[in-house]
Design a protein around this ligand. Structure first.
Ligand SMILES: *[C@@H]1O[C@H](CO)[C@@H](O)[C@H](O)[C@H]1NC(C)=O
Ligand SMILES: *[C@@H]1O[C@H](CO)[C@@H](O)[C@H](O)[C@H]1NC(C)=O
Ligand SMILES: *[C@@H]1O[C@H](CO)[C@@H](O)[C@H](O)[C@H]1NC(C)=O
Ligand SMILES: *[C@@H]1O[C@H](CO)[C@@H](O)[C@H](O)[C@H]1NC(C)=O
Ligand SMILES: *[C@@H]1O[C@H](CO)[C@@H](O)[C@H](O)[C@H]1NC(C)=O
Ligand SMILES: *[C@@H]1O[C@H](CO)[C@@H](O)[C@H](O)[C@H]1NC(C)=O
Length: 262
């Protein structure tokens, strides 16, 4: 009896396990990219080429695959869709940094695997190289930076680190730029400023020339306008007075002329 019971229980357990695991194993196709079964980050460099091969594992039927670059589908040739599919990312640029490639099962798109590109590149610096400001006004030097990994940034002047004067210099840094604001520019601020970007594998420099010109002599406007008005009025009065005399002259001229004609 006990043996029979035990046997029955074992049978039940076996059937239960079979019911639990058999259908799941049949439907749970999994995807791999370049042999990896989990989402991953792929380190690469500018100008490189990367090939990503997605394959279905443990499938019983033909499976169609889809590739996405971010949210957009990648056009695949007909022979590059069934059971496995490869995409090639060529001449990688800094714009490909952070871009996600996802391979999905066409039948059930919640089955997917993603690869994020981590494009390593040295600091790229840009900005307005020449600036001319008047003494006493404010200047703003903006050094734009693109770098992966992020670079350590600083300002140099005359080959040494810029000595920041309180209430005169102000440095602001974001992930995209390093800014130097100079308030009330002095003659001594004239010179070449170097924007230095130090990423773990390269140091890049860009020069910014600040030319401080003399303060333009400020001529007060009001007295000039007043003087002009006075001169204009004087001229007008002068003309009017003259005109009277001119007219008089003409009249006397006419009179004398008339006399001779008659
Ligand atoms: C795929 O199948 C093999 C053998 O059929 C098995 O060893 C492996 O565990 C299965 N993998 C998955 C993820 O189901
Ligand atoms: C895809 O895989 C299925 C199941 O393994 C197989 O029957 C079929 O022939 C394969 N098709 C291609 C085009 O490789
Ligand atoms: C799609 O796949 C997910 C994850 O494997 C699974 O949970 C879900 O039941 C599947 N849906 C269909 C309709 O097969
Ligand atoms: C630059 O630095 C050198 C040495 O520290 C100094 O002799 C020179 O006068 C400086 N030039 C300017 C323009 O400040
Ligand atoms: C001002 O700076 C510019 C740029 O560095 C430089 O060419 C010029 O000689 C400097 N002028 C004076 C007066 O220091
Ligand atoms: C760049 O950074 C490294 C590490 O932080 C440091 O050793 C090196 O001196 C820096 N180079 C410059 C030019 O600042």
């Amino acid at each position: 009896m006990t043996w029979k019971n035990n046997g029955l229980m074992l049978m039940c357990r076996f059937l239960l396990l079979l019911i639990l695991f058999l259908p799941r194993e049949m439907t749970s196709s999994i995807l791999t990219v370049n042999g990896k079964t989990e989402n991953y980050v792929l380190d690469t460099q500018i100008g490189f080429q990367e090939s990503l091969r997605c394959a279905v594992q443990n499938h019983t039927n033909e499976e169609e695959l889809l590739w996405y670059r971010e949210a957009g589908t990648v056009d695949l040739k007909s022979g590059n869709k069934i059971n496995s599919s490869s995409v090639c990312v060529s001449s990688i640029s800094e714009d490909d940094n952070g871009v996600t490639f996802t391979c999905k099962l066409q039948r059930n798109q919640s089955v997917s695997i993603s690869v994020v590109l981590n494009v390593i590149f040295p600091p790229l610096l840009s900005g307005d190289d020449f600036q001319t400001v008047e003494e006493g006004s404010n200047a703003n030097l903006v050094c734009n930076v693109k770098s992966n990994p992020q670079a350590q940034m600083m300002w140099y002047k005359n080959s040494s680190i810029l000595n920041l004067e309180k209430n005169h210099h102000q440095v602001q840094q974001t992930s995209e730029s390093l800014q130097l604001s100079i308030t009330n520019v002095k003659k001594s601020d004239n010179g070449t400023y170097n924007c230095i970007a130090n990423s773990t594998w390269r140091v890049e420099t860009k020069d910014f020339h600040l030319i401080v010109k003399d303060k333009a002599v400020v001529v007060p406007k009001e007295p000039i306008i007043a003087a002009c008005v006075v001169i204009f009025l004087t001229l007008c009065f002068g003309l009017i007075a003259r005109r009277k005399r001119i007219i008089k002259l003409c009249i006397t001229d006419k009179d004398s002329q008339g006399e001779t004609a008659l």
